[in-house]
Design a binder for this molecule. Structure first.
Ligand SMILES: Nc1ncnc2c1ncn2[C@@H]1O[C@H](COP(=O)(O)OP(=O)(O)OP(=O)(O)O)[C@@H](O)[C@H]1O
Ligand SMILES: [Mg+2]
Length: 270
């Protein structure tokens, strides 16, 4: 029986086809994983958390779609700080209730109580009335003024868009992002809308946490941070698992992927 395949050595040989090196094949799964693994290694949360060096005055940005785990991570990060003011904007919010039942003081507006007497606070102006927005705006503006004067605080904002846009406090937020480091003020901001985010949030934050996102325009924003290989950052963010984050440290330039544990409390905001 004759083979349809020519037999080498029988007077002719097959043209030699070199094996294509993996690195030359764009999008090759192995190669892509290897590149991503070396650029942003997977690290167990416990190791990541232990090794995280977060100095006072270094800002944190948390960017992910709804339900990705921003609030949960934000609250767990706060345990690393000593003087904390949490901004509460919703009429009802189970996360804020949780904080208040776990040692945070509730204030309707900023009070000039010494940080030693009240180191952890939820600033929660009444948001139940039709004209609440104006009162909230004034209360938070006053809070920003006081924090700017006092220095040393960690200001946590779970709904970045609401505070910046709805309440019109973008200028105050920018002020802390750009001046906070020298005043020892840390700003932690979470948002679902990376397209909206003022550039200062990326440029001035030292610790960036991104959750999975496949919106191209959002990925373009993300990809541009810090002059990194934007294709790679986009690729990593687009392929994250549920609850997994890409962490970028803009001080050291290091990136890694890690998955925070589920929170021990309800974060659904109601
Ligand atoms: N790392 C995690 N592992 C497992 N479950 C988690 C994790 N993080 C959060 N969750 C759960 O996922 C749900 C959403 O989490 P969370 O409220 O923190 O998300 P979010 O990004 O703040 O959402 P939203 O944008 O709607 O405020 C919650 O039920 C929470 O308990
Ligand atoms: Mg949330």
């Amino acid at each position: 029986m004759s083979s349809v395949f020519p037999v080498s050595g029988a007077g002719f040989s097959l043209p030699k086809v070199d094996r294509i090196p993996r690195s030359a094949v764009p999008g090759n799964a192995y190669e892509r994983d290897a590149r991503i693994a070396s650029a942003a290694p997977r690290i167990p949360w416990a190791d990541f958390y232990r090794e995280l060096v977060w100095k006072q005055g270094e800002h944190v940005a948390l960017i992910g779609p709804t339900g990705s785990g921003k609030t949960s991570l934000l609250i767990s990060l706060l345990s690393l700080r000593s003087y904390i003011a949490v901004v509460a904007t919703k009429p009802r919010d189970s996360t804020m209730d949780y904080l208040i039942s776990h040692g945070y003081d509730r204030f309707e507006k900023w009070e000039s109580v010494s940080p030693q007497r009240s180191p952890r606070r939820v600033i929660w102006p009444n948001a139940r009335d039709i004209d609440s927005e104006e009162k909230q705006q004034e209360a938070f503006r006053e809070m920003y003024r006081a924090i700017y004067r006092e220095g040393g605080w960690c200001l946590a904002i779970d709904e970045g868009f609401t505070v910046a846009d709805t309440l019109g406090l973008k200028r105050e937020m920018r002020q802390i992002w750009t001046q906070g480091r020298s005043l020892g003020i840390t700003q932690v901001v979470a948002t679902q809308r990376p397209r909206w985010v003022p550039t200062e949030m990326y440029d001035q934050s030292t610790h960036l946490f991104f959750w999975q996102n496949s919106d191209n325009r959002m990925l373009d924003v993300i990809g541009d941070i810090n002059g990194r290989d934007s294709r790679q950052v986009k690729e990593i963010v687009a392929n994250l698992d549920r609850f997994q984050v890409l962490y970028v440290n803009t001080r050291s330039g290091k990136m890694c992927r890690t998955t925070p544990p589920p929170p021990g409390f309800d974060t659904t905001g109601r």
